[in-house]
Design a protein around this ligand. Structure first.
Ligand code: UDP
Length: 310
């Protein structure tokens, strides 16, 4: 099979590409390095079945393939908020052009959606039929509402029989090959601990997230890709929930440090809690995460130790 991976230079794109290559597929990576890294592509380019096209997904493209895995989009709040209009363009045009390319070549689409479509959830944990609580005009809206219209496009193309577009709602995921300056909590804490700096906690650190190790998430993608039918959106994430204070303790315990905590103001519209209900993924895909937070964090710390610090 020939897979087109948009966002191949990004964190999830590089992992999905590597996994597909390991299973013998051809992979074409597409990226413009807006938030991805050239090192991620250089590693993939060692593989003879990988090819790379430098391209901005807000411009149309015409690339024959069997699947378009549309992962191109900055996902870290500081990154996607830096140029919110561009983020909204990626979230709409990027999905539209992925769907049009797929339709032209009779390919299927895997769209990387997100738990952000639930916003600051009033239902906990979040099942797929929860419609969400999202601010349309907040600082996170370019991403949250962008990902929502992306789902709408995929659902309409599917309903009209034009493309079989699968939606995976990705909850917080972490692992090797994230950027040290990604700005999300796991990488911030690891980077701070390895530098011996205070850990930045936003608000009181009592908000929760549920962290999935990247290998588990990619296994979930593979099962959606292999599934014969489209069953609508599927949550993929780890249902074990932690407060940010607990996460800070866990990272420190692993590295054996005792650094001060620095409390900073809570960003606007920061969701107070988040935990995926993965009943649907368990039932349809026989999937659930296997890697415990301590083990996944240990592998991530090992990776961050191995890269040069600036
Ligand atoms: N957060 C924090 N310290 C940091 C970075 C993030 O306390 O250095 C908090 C942030 O306010 C949020 C949670 O950690 O409540 C997860 O943030 P992240 O940016 O990783 O992802 P989100 O799930 O908010 O998109």
């Amino acid at each position: 099979m020939r897979y087109l991976i948009t966002g191949a230079a990004g964190f999830l794109g590089t992992h999905l590409s590597a996994r597909l290559l390991a299973e013998g597929h051809d992979v074409i990576g597409l990226d413009n390095f807006h938030s991805g890294s050239e090192a991620n592509v250089a590693r993939l380019q060692r593989h003879s079945k990988f090819s790379f096209i430098r391209h901005d997904v807000t411009e149309r493209y015409d690339i024959p393939c069997d699947w378009v895995c549309n992962l191109a989009c900055p996902a870290s709040p500081p990154h996607y908020q830096r140029d919110p209009i561009y983020t909204a363009k990626i979230a709409f045009l990027g999905v539209l052009f992925a769907l049009e390319n797929a339709e032209r070549h009779r390919a299927k689409v895997l769209q990387a959606s997100t738990s952000e479509i639930y916003g600051d959830p009033l239902v906990h944990p979040q099942p797929e039929d929860y419609l969400g609580n999202v601010n349309t005009i907040g600082v996170r809206s370019c991403y949250d509402e962008g990902k929502r219209i992306g789902e709408t496009l995929c659902a309409d193309f599917t309903r009209l029989g034009r493309v079989d577009a699968r939606l995976v709602r990705i909850f917080n995921t972490y692992g090797p090959f994230m950027r040290a300056d990604d700005g999300r909590v796991v990488t911030n804490f690891i980077d701070q601990v390895l530098r011996g700096q205070a850990l930045t906690l936003y608000g009181a650190g009592k908000q929760t997230r549920s962290f999935c190790y990247v290998d588990d998430l990619i296994e979930g993608f593979m099962r959606v890709l292999a599934h014969p039918d489209n069953h609508g959106p599927i949550n993929l994430g780890n249902p074990v929930e932690f407060t940010m204070l607990q996460l800070a303790e866990e990272v420190q315990r692993l590295v054996g440090t005792h650094l001060p905590l620095k409390f900073e103001s809570l960003p606007l519209d920061d969701p107070r809690q988040r935990q995926p209900d993965i009943t649907k993924a368990r039932r349809l895909l026989g999937w659930e995460p296997k890697v415990k937070l301590a083990d996944g964090l240990a592998k991530t710390v090992e990776y961050f130790r191995s890269i040069p610090r600036t």
